[in-house]
Design a protein around this ligand. Structure first.
Ligand code: ADP
Ligand code: BMX
Ligand code: ZN
Length: 291
């Protein structure tokens, strides 16, 4: 029987049924509630799961935030309201009456992408460049979650000590420069008020400010990748998220990395499962836990 997979991001919530061959059906997407109060998120989740009654044997969740023991805490409250200690597992188990398995969104996506790369590599890192910047680390074929489920929050490593303040409370995090939200926040003059998708379109049309914003993002992600190579000797980087998958972005990151010394070089590929990596990874993880 199918697994009901749910992906909770800073911009959108997605849900779908996933079968044993990782095929997706009945995919739906809604916007993340603008004021992500506990009540608003519960209402949105209620709406999302109501379509799937009686069609799944368990629920698999990939969610932005620190997902520890079924509880969601936003590290960067700008991305998901001020959600703190939100009982995500309990909420979904009450709504669906099904067992529910949860991971951070980028950790889940890393698990999905590793399933496609396992014949070639044992050490990979998935990076989502989306509303925020998230990461999932596979070491020796195992997903690293850490004792408090915090492992992989690489968007909150330092990019520039003189950079903007990050919503997490630190200054100059990669996320404060490279994420979709940061690209939009840095836009000025004719680009003010536009979102990252619109700024990418402007960059394609030759707007120099938009091109610079995209380049700054790609440059920060390149430096993050070099740091990951030095830290983990990772064998492959997988890029995902709507910014990471945007046309030309991966090429820019690769180009920047090629300018660094050889020991920092590492292959970079686009997510095989594209925008569904979180959904598929959560389902794979749940299937293994619920066998
Ligand atoms: P989430 O963060 O909810 O998982 P996404 O991966 O879709 O969602 O990331 C949302 C961010 O990606 C927003 O900042 C949005 O403006 C930006 N975005 C969406 N589509 C594109 C696109 N085609 N090109 C560049 N940026 C995009
Ligand atoms: C933030 C953090 C991470 C998440 C990453 C990408 C919050 C709410 N989220 O760094 O847990 O993995 O964003 O999330 O603090 P997304 O919404 O961009 O997919
Ligand atoms: Zn931060």
């Amino acid at each position: 029987m199918n697994i009901l997979a749910i992906d909770i991001g800073g911009t959108k919530l997605a849900a779908a049924l996933i079968n044993a061959d990782q095929q997706i059906s009945q995919r739906q997407e809604i916007s993340t509630p603008a004021s992500s109060s506990p009540q608003a998120l519960t209402t949105a989740l209620t709406q999302l799961v109501s379509h799937y009654q009686g069609q799944a044997r368990c629920v698999a969740v990939a969610s932005t935030g620190i997902i520890d023991n079924g509880i969601l805490t936003a590290l960067n409250p700008d991305n998901l309201g001020g959600l703190n200690q939100f009982p995500l597992q309990n909420t979904l188990e009450n709504l669906t009456k099904l067992p529910c398995y949860l991971l951070n969104d980028a950790q889940a996506a890393a698990w999905a992408e590793y399933s496609q790369l396992a014949e070639q590599f044992r050490h990979i890192v998935f990076i989502t460049v989306s509303t925020g910047i998230g990461g999932g680390i596979i070491i020796n074929g195992k997903l690293l979650t850490g004792p408090h489920a915090f492992a992989g929050h690489i968007g909150h490593s330092l990019a520039d000590p003189n950079g903007p303040r990050c919503g997490c409370g630190r200054t100059g995090c990669v996320e404060a420069i490279a994420s979709g939200r940061a690209i939009a926040a840095a836009a000025q003059l004719e680009l003010q008020g536009k979102n990252a998708r619109q700024i990418f379109a402007e960059a394609q049309n030759g707007n120099p400010q938009a091109q610079q914003l995209v380049e700054n993002s790609a440059q920060s992600i390149c430096q993050l990748i070099a740091n990951l190579k030095a830290l983990l000797d990772t064998e492959c980087i997988v890029l995902g998220g709507s910014v990471g998958l945007a046309s030309g972005y991966l090429q820019q990151v690769k180009q920047q990395l090629s300018l660094l010394p050889t020991p920092f070089h590492v292959p970079i590929v686009a997510a095989h499962y594209q925008h569904d990596a979180g959904l598929i990874g959560a389902a794979l993880f749940a299937a293994q836990a619920h066998s």
